[in-house]
Write a protein that binds this ligand. Structure first.
Ligand SMILES: Cc1cc2nc3c(=O)[nH]c(=O)nc-3n(C[C@H](O)[C@H](O)[C@H](O)COP(=O)(O)OP(=O)(O)OC[C@H]3O[C@@H](n4cnc5c(N)ncnc54)[C@H](O)[C@@H]3O)c2cc1C
Length: 437
């Protein structure tokens, strides 16, 4: 069948297997020379694509939950969206969540996802108790920070290349309400944006939307959005049950937009309007629009047309972030290739071999795939490498082996562990072949 991930590029003709039990999964693994696991396909590019794909979506059982500690055990195909539906009304939230709730637990571990709280809470791996993985030889191995720790650290952020995660255990976060106390701070340029991040880093959640087409003195002007889980005292008098929010239907984006609709002019107008619409203020918002503003429109990826799109996401070390961001943003504004979505976040310290975060700032921008954007990405890659940064594997579809190796200094250590745990090199994706791991 034809299959593609969130960026709608590339599209591959693949055999997709959807086992329901560990026995079925073992049979598939033993009878195919090469494959890759796939969850909900929310990586943008080819990380979960190959010509043989193992879908984990039928591994969708919740196995245990301890009300005292908040520790959950579930199968790897359970989605964050399902967890939120069950646990928010009971007063529990995900310890770390990406900008969409439509990811599986297995996908979140394999990409070692980060959220708006990385500077305080770290990435998803930080909250894991243990992970169970089916290796290429058919054995199932449990690993954690203390048990088979080399397998644990090569699986968290390891993009499915060590084996297939079948179960995991992690600690949920206690909350009193389903609301977020939000503060918006508008900034006039990048210096102000970075200062505002630093001055507000005690807030649990922070993210800035950047107007990536603003130039000159306005380069990097943003709306910084801060958040804390609201307490009952803060919102209690407004709502009878502050853990319950009304379920809203998502609106589908009905078709692929024709390519000509998105051009530098429409993107510029959108960015102008969006920047003007933000007002510096405090308010209470439901958790969904705070964490998942884009999930309101299902299939919004069709907006970019049939050519497909990608997200260029890089992180720069703290020391070089300011200068590097100015250089990269200038290159982007000069190219005229604007992005609807340009998001800046602050990262804290990070462990792991291929986990993307590192202390510093990360910027993510969506672009249509075209010869001019591909040329722009190559130019940006040079700057990212020069400033000691790296690109996020989960958003990538075109990074070269050289750019990967320059950005991920632990790649050799990872490759050796992959050889140790995946002796027959069964777990490979189109991406892993391209970047040589
Ligand atoms: C709108 C949007 C916003 C996003 N925001 C963020 C963000 O803020 N932070 C962030 O970190 N990421 C973000 N992402 C990326 C997303 O969180 C990751 O790509 C995540 O891994 C997707 O999970 P999935 O279940 O869809 O996995 P897939 O996309 O299907 O696969 C992703 C990777 O996980 C591997 N994998 C999946 N399941 C398993 C398994 N059971 N065992 C072994 N390997 C497995 C695959 O092989 C692949 O390498 C965003 C994506 C979108 C579309």
């Amino acid at each position: 069948m034809k299959i593609t991930n969130w960026g709608n590029y590339p599209v591959v003709d693949a055999a997709v297997h959807s086992p329901e039990s560990v026995d079925e999964l073992k049979k598939i693994v033993s009878s195919h020379p090469e494959m890759i696991a796939r969850g909900l396909g929310r990586c943008y590019g080819d990380s979960s694509l190959n010509y043989t794909i193992v879908s984990t979506l039928r591994f969708n059982h919740l196995l245990a939950f301890d009300e005292q500690t908040g520790i959950i055990i579930c199968e790897s195909g359970v989605s964050f969206s399902e967890l939120l539906e069950i646990f928010v009304p009971r007063g529990w939230f995900l310890p770390v969540t990406p900008g969409t709730k439509f990811v599986t637990v297995g996908g979140a571990i394999a990409s070692d996802v980060h959220g708006k709280n990385h500077h305080i809470a770290g990435s998803f791996s930080n909250h894991l108790e243990w992970v169970k993985i089916l290796l290429g030889d058919g054995s199932i191995v449990q690993c954690s920070k203390d048990e088979n720790s080399d397998l644990f650290w090569s699986t968290c952020g390891g993009m499915g290349l060590t084996g297939i995660i079948v179960e995991a255990s992690f600690k949920m976060l206690k909350i009193e309400t389903a609301y977020i106390r939000q503060r918006v701070i508008k900034t006039k340029n990048l210096d102000e944006t970075i200062e505002a991040f630093e001055a507000n880093k005690y807030w649990t959640y922070s993210v800035a939307w950047i107007d990536c087409l603003a130039k000159g003195n306005s380069l990097g002007r943003s709306a910084l959005i801060l958040g804390e889980h609201a307490t009952k005292n803060e919102v209690g008098y407004r709502y009878r049950n502050p853990l319950k929010i009304e379920k809203r239907m998502s609106i589908p984006f009905p078709f692929f937009l024709p390519n000509f609709v998105l051009n530098s002019q429409t993107v510029k107008i959108f960015n102008e309007i969006r920047y003007s619409a933000y007002v510096s203020k405090d308010s209470f918002v439901e958790y969904e629009p705070f964490f998942y503003p884009l999930d309101v429109i299902s299939h919004w990826n069709r907006m970019y047309g049939k050519r497909g799109f990608t997200q260029y996401q890089f992180v720069l070390p703290k020391e070089s972030s300011k200068e590097g961001l100015k250089k990269l943003l200038t290159k982007i504004t000069e190219s005229g290739e604007g992005s609807f979505l340009a998001v800046l976040k602050l990262f804290g310290k990070q462990e792991g071999l291929l986990s993307f975060p590192r202390e510093g700032f990360t910027l993510a921008l969506d672009f249509v795939i075209s010869p001019t954007t591909l040329k722009l990405f190559n130019e940006l890659d040079i700057l990212v490498n020069e400033y000691g940064g790296r690109l996020y594997l989960s958003k990538d579809v075109r990074m070269t082996k050289d750019v990967f190796e320059k950005g991920y200094s632990n790649f050799n250590k990872f490759s050796n562990l992959k050889k140790k745990y995946d002796v027959q090199q069964k777990f490979q994706s189109l991406q892993s072949k391209r970047i040589g791991i």
